[in-house]
Write a protein that binds this ligand. Structure first.
Ligand SMILES: [Zn+2]
Length: 409
């Protein structure tokens, strides 16, 4: 059956509650009417009863929009260490691991993922394979290999520098239908040779990247922990600051003033099974990890003031619920945290069909055992995942299915 779309049927999904990603609250006894891959209506069950060919009743569970992982990678597993080495492994090795990682993302409720650098052009192939239904995974938006100077964080063996070469590099990615561009503006935690707040590119270089991307109608995301690289990225009109671990309070205020997005990735930083047990075995990296953790905790009040906030697992596949929970543990309301993991992700990628449940949106939704607004742990225990109206998980398996309704962009 692979590659063949099932006959178009209207389906009605009912649960004790529904969080639509718009109002910020959970409505009770609401139902979701789905036709093909899209939502047709969200309304009280009594108004929709009998409108579909089939009905699914999730009982006391709650329906939520599918999660949007706004910053991750397909092939990396941070807990195994040497993330940069993993990026340099042969494409066949990466492809095999990527299939499993995508299944883990999907079964945790991630139905859209923004991929933030892969080698070999493998992310373009994965995006298209998921869309064809060859393999199971979230809808993918991809960047190709991230831009970094030779020897810089994330550069692998493919560093690029200077405005002209960077412009060409952007155009090469656009030619492969990149959904966005990724640039490493600062050093990072998991590379022994970089400092957290060192800057990789000057304003002329960053502006060349942003301008070339804009000409192609796509946005630029900057890996930027802190230091002058953040200020340069903001001056150049960057779309999003990724990680932001070492941001100062004035920089956070500048991000909010500019309407720039901030994408937090807390699992990889704080979870013991992430960098701590991987690259953190290198003493210099462990030192950077500990200082990044303590700095981030010191500016969390400023982070709460940023309205354009989205979340990413940064390769901690299957742990998206933990990203949402971290916000609640650090002062965000459950509603704000849930919106950061759903609607905000759709707004970040400028796709109003993603991260919300309303007429015209993708029928991407998950089923949680309780209302996350009452018990945030429910986001870590999703039992059902639907992408484009098709059930993606059953009896512990993850099913591939072709997209109905086009890619996320
Ligand atoms: Zn990353």
């Amino acid at each position: 059956m692979r590659g063949a779309l099932p006959a178009r049927r209207r389906s009605l999904f009912r649960a004790s509650g529904l969080f639509d990603g718009i109002t910020g609250s959970t409505s009770h006894d609401s139902a979701l009417l789905v036709d093909g891959g899209s939502v047709v209506a969200v309304a009280p069950y009594r108004d929709l009863r009998g409108a579909a060919d089939e009905e699914h009743d999730f009982g006391s569970s709650v329906i939520l929009p599918g999660f949007v992982d706004a910053h991750t990678h397909i092939t990396i597993r941070p807990g195994e260490g040497d993330q940069h080495g993993q990026l340099r492994m042969p494409s066949a090795w990466q492809a095999i691991r990527g299939v499993r990682n995508l299944a883990d993302m999907l079964s945790s409720g991630v139905t859209t993922a923004r991929i933030m650098s892969e080698a070999h052009g493998i992310d373009f192939e994965f995006r298209d394979a998921v869309a064809r239904g060859e393999i199971a995974g979230p809808r993918l938006l991809v960047s190709g290999f991230g831009l970094s100077p030779p020897g810089g964080h994330g550069s692998g063996e493919w560093g690029v520098t200077g405005p002209a070469a960077l412009r060409t590099a952007v155009q090469e990615r656009v030619a492969r239908r990149a959904d966005h561009i990724k640039v490493f503006m600062t050093g990072g935690v998991s590379s022994a040779g970089s400092q957290l707040t060192e800057s990789n590119y000057d304003l002329a270089e960053c502006t060349a990247i942003v301008t070339a991307a804009r000409q192609a109608g796509i946005s630029v995301a900057a890996h930027a922990l802190g230091g002058p690289g953040v200020d340069i990225a903001l001056d150049a009109g960057i779309h999003s600051i990724e990680h932001g671990t070492m941001l100062t309070l004035p920089q956070l205020a500048a991000i909010e003033r500019a309407g720039t997005w901030l994408v937090l990735t807390t699992s990889i930083l704080f979870a013991p099974e992430a960098i701590e047990s991987g690259d953190g075995q290198v003493p210099q990296i462990m030192d950077k990890l500990l200082s990044a953790r303590s700095h981030m905790r010191s500016v969390v009040d400023g982070m709460r003031a940023v309205r354009r906030l989205a979340l990413g697992t940064d390769s901690m596949h299957g742990m998206f619920g933990r990203e949402i929970k971290w916000l609640v543990e650090h002062g965000w309301t459950p509603s704000q945290a849930l919106l950061a993991g759903t609607r905000n992700g759709g707004e970040l990628i400028s796709d109003t069909r993603v991260g919300v449940l309303q007429p015209g949106s993708f029928a991407d939704f998950v089923v949680a055992p309780a209302d996350p607004l009452a018990d945030i742990d429910a986001v870590r225990m999703v039992s059902e995942v639907y992408r484009g109206g098709q059930r993606m998980t059953s009896a512990g398996c993850v099913n591939p299915a072709p997209e109905d309704g086009g890619s996320a962009r």
